[in-house]
Design a protein around this ligand. Structure first.
Ligand SMILES: Nc1nc2c(c(=O)[nH]1)N[C@H]1C(S)=C(S)[C@@H](COP(=O)(O)O)O[C@H]1N2
Ligand SMILES: [Mo]
Length: 318
């Protein structure tokens, strides 16, 4: 994937990453494994000394998206995953997802939209400024994390493709490629994985398409090459490895809703007041921490998003 330097970012903001990139080019040229290991452990980008081979990204940092909580270590974010296309346990995706071929990558955009097409991801990213957003992500299984995602507002892409007035919802689909996504050889969920948002949720400035985390391209287990992040909703809404985006007048039915409609509703807002049928949602465990914390309404984003659901019965629309 080619990431160009956006012209409107001051060089002081990006210098460390340019230095980092040229250092990496040098390493590639001399092919020194020992040198590479030494370099990456000296880097402050990672909380572990793991030598990551993922490409570094160039992005801006916006102070509005800093939160006063510790980042979840890179190692936890990239080794404790839900990605059923690569197995149903937390450790499989980090291993099995490595066989997925993510380049070249096209995204089909269709439905109620003026510019339907199969778009090359490179073209989508060409004039797109990437930003770092430090967001919480909470899984309905009651673990949560704080991750420096890198991406751009979904609304930027939506505006470019011009949905028409019938577009009330956006449906997303993950790639279906059972030879590489070995979890798809069993029908644990209906494939491809499907998720959806209401148009105003999709257009909300907090909703992003992420292409990276911790300064680098998304690891495959985290949804390379591009995934959704909706920080006020349970993790399962944040669909990985997006292959298709469709604008519709009908509310999409997600794979999780199909599998268990009483457990996974369309809205899936983080709401400590509405218990999952099999467990309370009042508390959560932050990855890397021992004591549980209180779960916050809308995952702590109530000020920004509560108005989207004004007047709705959040027990009915869970
Ligand atoms: N395609 C796809 N997207 C997915 C999933 C999945 O199984 N397949 N799991 C979801 C769930 S349940 C969670 S909690 C988050 C986990 O994201 P992470 O592994 O990057 O932490 O991804 C979501 N996106
Ligand atoms: Mo989840």
């Amino acid at each position: 994937m080619l990431i160009k330097k956006p012209s409107d970012i001051s060089s002081s903001e990006i210098t460390p990453y340019e230095v980092y990139q040229s250092r990496r080019r040098f390493i590639k040229g001399t092919a020194g494994i020992l040198l590479a290991a030494a370099t990456s452990s000296a880097s402050s980008l990672f909380t572990t000394a793991d030598a990551s081979t993922n490409k570094k990204l160039i992005y801006s940092k916006d102070q509005r998206f800093k939160i006063d909580e510790e980042l979840t270590p890179y190692k936890d974010v990239t080794s404790y995953n839900n990605f059923y296309e690569f197995g149903t346990d937390k450790r499989s995706p980090a291993i099995e997802a490595q066989r997925l071929i993510t380049s070249p990558w096209d995204i089909r955009i269709d439905g109620e939209v003026n510019k339907p097409a199969s778009y090359h991801l490179e073209d989508i990213l060409k004039n797109q400024v990437l930003e770092e957003r430090i967001y919480r992500l909470r899984c309905v299984e009651r673990w949560s994390m704080v991750v420096p995602w890198i991406g751009f507002p979904l609304r930027d892409l939506i505006k470019r493709v011009e949905p028409n007035s019938k577009a009330k919802y956006v449906e997303f689909k993950t790639l279906r490629r059972p030879k590489e996504m070995i979890g798809q050889q069993r029908r644990v969920l209906e494939w491809p994985y499907v998720e959806g948002l209401r148009m105003d949720e999709a257009m909300h400035p907090l909703t992003i398409l992420a292409v990276g985390l911790y300064g680098e391209e998304l690891p495959k287990q985290n949804g390379a090459p591009i995934r959704l992040i909706v920080p006020w909703k349970y993790g399962f809404k944040s669909i990985k490895t997006i292959d298709q985006i469709r604008f519709t007048d009908q509310q999409p039915v997600s794979s999780w809703t199909k599998a268990a409609p009483s457990e996974y509703g369309f809205y899936a807002n983080v709401n400590p007041q509405v218990a999952h049928p099999r467990w309370s949602q009042k508390r959560e465990r932050r990855l890397g921490e021992f004591l549980k914390r209180k779960t916050l309404m809308f995952n702590g984003y109530a000020d920004q998003v509560a108005s989207l659901y004004a007047g709705m019965d959040l027990r009915k629309y869970y």
